[in-house]
Each structure stands twice: as C-alpha cells, then as structure tokens.
Write a protein that binds this ligand. Structure first.
Ligand SMILES: Cc1cc2nc3c(=O)[nH]c(=O)nc-3n(C[C@H](O)[C@H](O)[C@H](O)COP(=O)(O)O)c2cc1C
Length: 175
C-alpha cells in the first residue's frame, strides 16, 4: 500500500544509485575526474549515455571544450577515490593524480581510462540539454574496455551521505 508523501522524502529511498567516474583531459593536457550519479542509457544503437553534470564543475568546462570524455564504472575497491573525485573541484588541483587512481591510455579520446574500473566507455559529446536546473550531457560511446577480472564487483551508492556498496553482475563468464 502506498501513502502520499513529500517528493524529497520519497527520493531518500532511491538507493541503490549507480555511480560513474568521468575523466576528462584539456587540450593542454590537464586531466580531471569527477563522480556522477545522475546517469542512464538513452540510446542503444548507437550506445549513448546521459549524464547530469553541474554547471560549476570543472569537468563540464572540459567536456564542452574538448567534446570528449570517458565514463568508468568504478570497481569495488574504489570507494575512497570516488569520494575524493566527488567532493573536490579540479579547477585548481590535479585530482586524477592526487586521487591515486591508476590510469591507462584510451584508444580514441585523450582522456584516461581508469585501470581498476569494471568498464571504461570512451565518449564523444553529442549534445547538451537543460530540461531543468542541471545540464544533461549526452555522450556517444565510441570505444569500450573491460577489466580482465570478470568477477570484479561494481560500486554503487547505497544510501545518503555517499554510502557505498558493491554489486556483482549475475552475467559472468567463467575465468
Ligand atoms: C557518489 C557521488 C555522486 C555524485 N553525482 C553527481 C552528479 O550526478 N552530478 C554532478 O554534477 N555532481 C555529482 N557529484 C558531485 C561531483 O562529483 C563534484 O561536484 C565534483 O567535485 C566535481 O568535480 P570537478 O569540479 O573537478 O569536475 C557526485 C559526487 C559523489 C561523491
């Protein structure tokens, strides 16, 4: 049975919410990483993702400038790095280096892959919409990479104050 409640009260129960890390790299080679929870698939063929990315973030500036970015699904041991990337702005610091995240070279875009992520998706910016107070960035996936460890669990936000939990996909190849 349902009972009517305030919208903000209902939204406290949205968890688990997926979280991704978005990496970017400026034309001059400055790298950045941020955490994004507001994300979903908006096209299957070609694969496209939508990301709600705040106007104030350095990542938004870099995405608009370069039109390239990487979306990584964080692995189970990356909660500290997700919080680091999601609670500091990269305008004046090299967050990617200071987070200690291990990086790999991508194949199409200049932004880095995250070595310990479950999956990395290289994206090209398709468009930016503003349906409400947050820009919605649409990225077309142009290349994909997956962790060699197929049993690696993916990190989710499981509660308020960025509480993190891990989930393993049921569709797994035998090692
Ligand atoms: C778990 C988690 C989820 C987040 N989700 C979003 C989101 O969906 N959109 C957003 O703009 N910021 C989100 N943030 C906050 C940004 O990651 C944060 O503002 C970050 O400092 C922006 O970095 P930048 O300015 O270096 O790009 C989230 C943070 C955390 C920890």
């Amino acid at each position: 049975m349902q009972k009517k409640c305030r919208i903000d009260e209902a939204m406290k129960r949205k968890y688990p919410e997926q979280v991704v890390l978005v990496t970017t790299r400026s034309a001059k080679g400055r790298e950045n990483v941020m955490a994004v929870g507001w994300t979903c698939i908006v096209s299957g063929d070609p694969l496209m993702l939508a990301l709600g990315i705040d106007d104030e973030s350095y990542s938004y500036e870099l995405i608009r400038a370069t039109r390239r970015f990487v979306v990584a699904f964080p692995g189970e041991r990356m909660s500290r790095e997700v919080l680091f990337a999601g609670t500091r702005h990269g305008h004046k610091m090299d967050k990617l280096r200071e987070s200690g995240l291990k990086v790999q070279k991508a194949s199409v875009v200049s932004a880095s892959l995250l070595a310990d992520a479950v999956v990395n998706l290289e994206c090209r910016l398709v468009d930016v919409y503003r349906p409400g107070d947050c820009p919605v960035v649409i990225g077309k996936v142009v290349a994909a990479h997956q962790n060699r460890d197929t049993r690696l669990k993916r990190l989710y936000t499981v509660g308020q104050n960025y509480a993190m939990g891990k989930v393993r996909s049921t569709i797994l190849k035998k090692r």
